[in-house]
Design a protein around this ligand. Structure first.
Ligand SMILES: O=C(O)CCC(=O)C(=O)O
Ligand SMILES: [Fe+2]
Length: 415
């Protein structure tokens, strides 16, 4: 599929055009370049110009050289990220089974033990929203699969609405000096009573937006919360991401990148040790439905400010805006398809602004659609018809560092 084929819905386009012509046009002169790009790609009318979107799918003919590593990543395109800097895009041919990652996201990770947006507000059965849904899917008493809301006071101390977009919170960059105070300070008070009615599990599933991996991420303050138990980190995901990071030619990436030494922080250019020191300990699985967007933001709640963040796209395609250290940098729009990876690393990229202004409908690749030979895939294929999943894998602390031990040592000294 080419980038141009992504805009197909004639009726929706006409409706958006009528709305556009009826409404006064906003003043756009005050928008930052990042905001302007977000607006452009969010708009139904005029439809976004997909010619400007970087489409990495087709490698150029000259890119035949293979980089050694567990995945044999093939450099495919050089991306001009700023006046004086280029970045390299890779194709990783032997990628793992996307279906397995999708099953894991829904069955294993979207459960209360890991923290999800649904569990804050609903009494989701212990088996998790997906298994409960799958039972309803196959049941002749489908109507009875209801989920009750949590009563006021039963809700966890988080302020987050099950409807609508995630709140935009400006947090402060976390580092070795301030992380204890930030991660252990009391988090927001319970949200007020919301009088949510009981809901059928199939409807509830469409409200699933995120599930934590590893350290509990507190959306109210956009920081990790050590006062809650950390769930066990999935070994397969850790080793998958370590393999991905090990497959990249970091020397090639950083040696010509013109990043001043001091930008790397006290430790200097730590990319040299990533093959040994990179180890994820946190992350989020994001679930997007049509119309959902993720506003421009910086992920800066991790102490490791340069080590790679691995982001895996699954399901429907999206536009990802890759910006710079401020919103005044013009972002690069990148088309992300199912199976694509983005790695954000180093001083100029790990804490750069980025966002997802657009999810495309009807862009599920054939291997993820209904498969007559695999009946167990049917509920997944149905759910995925409208969904994009992103597995966002992060490293909060240097490998082997135990924040709780340090917290304990500090409180001993304080006494
Ligand atoms: O969905 C994506 O591609 C990006 C998600 C993201 O930026 C995040 O979870 O912080
Ligand atoms: Fe992010």
């Amino acid at each position: 599929m080419n980038s141009e084929d992504y805009l197909t819905n004639e009726k929706a386009l006409k409706k958006a055009m009528r709305k556009y012509l009826k409404n006064k046009q906003p003043h756009c002169s005050e928008w930052t370049p990042f905001r302007a790009a977000e607006k452009q790609f969010k708009a139904k009318f005029p439809p976004p110009n997909l010619q400007t979107v970087l489409d990495l799918w087709k490698p150029s003919a000259k890119d035949t050289q293979r980089v050694t590593g567990n995945f044999n990543a093939i450099p495919t395109k050089t991306i001009n990220v700023s006046m004086d800097r280029n970045a390299m895009a890779y194709i990783v041919p032997e990628r793992p089974e996307q279906k397995e990652l999708i099953r894991w996201s829904l069955c294993t990770q979207a459960r209360e033990v890991n923290g999800t947006n649904l569990d804050i507000h609903y009494q989701v059965p212990e088996e998790g929203v997906w298994d409960y849904y799958a039972r309803s899917y196959n049941s002749s008493h489908n109507d009875s699969f209801m989920v009750q809301p949590k009563r006021p006071g039963e809700s966890d101390p988080l302020v987050y609405s099950p409807e609508g977009p995630r709140p935009l919170i400006e947090n402060i960059p976390v580092n070795m000096e301030n992380f204890q105070q930030i991660f252990t300070e009391p988090k927001s008070l319970p949200s007020p009573s919301m009088h949510l009615p009981p809901i059928h599990v199939s409807k509830l599933l469409t409200k699933l937006r995120w599930a934590n991996i590893g350290y509990y991420y507190h959306w109210g303050s956009k920081s990790y919360d050590f006062t809650r138990p950390k769930s066990e980190y999935p070994e397969f995901l850790k080793s998958l991401c370590k393999d991905i990071v090990a497959s990249i030619d970091w020397k090639g990436v950083w040696e010509n990148a013109n990043v001043p030494q001091e930008d790397w922080g006290d430790e200097g250019p730590d990319w040299k040790s990533w093959p040994e020191t990179y180890e994820p300990d946190a992350g989020i699985v994001n679930f997007y439905q049509p119309g959902d967007t993720l506003c421009g933001h910086v992920d800066r709640s991790e102490v490791c400010a340069t080590s790679p963040l691995v982001s895996i796209s699954l399901g429907n395609s999206a536009i990802f805006l890759m910006g710079g250290l401020t919103r005044s940098v013009d972002p690069i729009p990148i088309l992300l398809r199912s199976g694509d990876l983005i790695i954000m690393s180093g001083p100029s990229c790990r804490r750069a602004f980025h966002g997802v202004p657009k999810i495309f409908e009807n862009t599920l690749p054939d291997p993820l659609r209904n498969d007559e030979n695999d009946k167990s895939w049917k509920p997944f294929a149905d759910y995925l018809r409208t969904t994009r999943i992103n597995i966002n894998v992060r490293q909060v602390f240097p490998r082997g560092f135990n924040p709780l031990e340090t917290a304990h040592a500090v409180s001993e000294v304080d006494r």
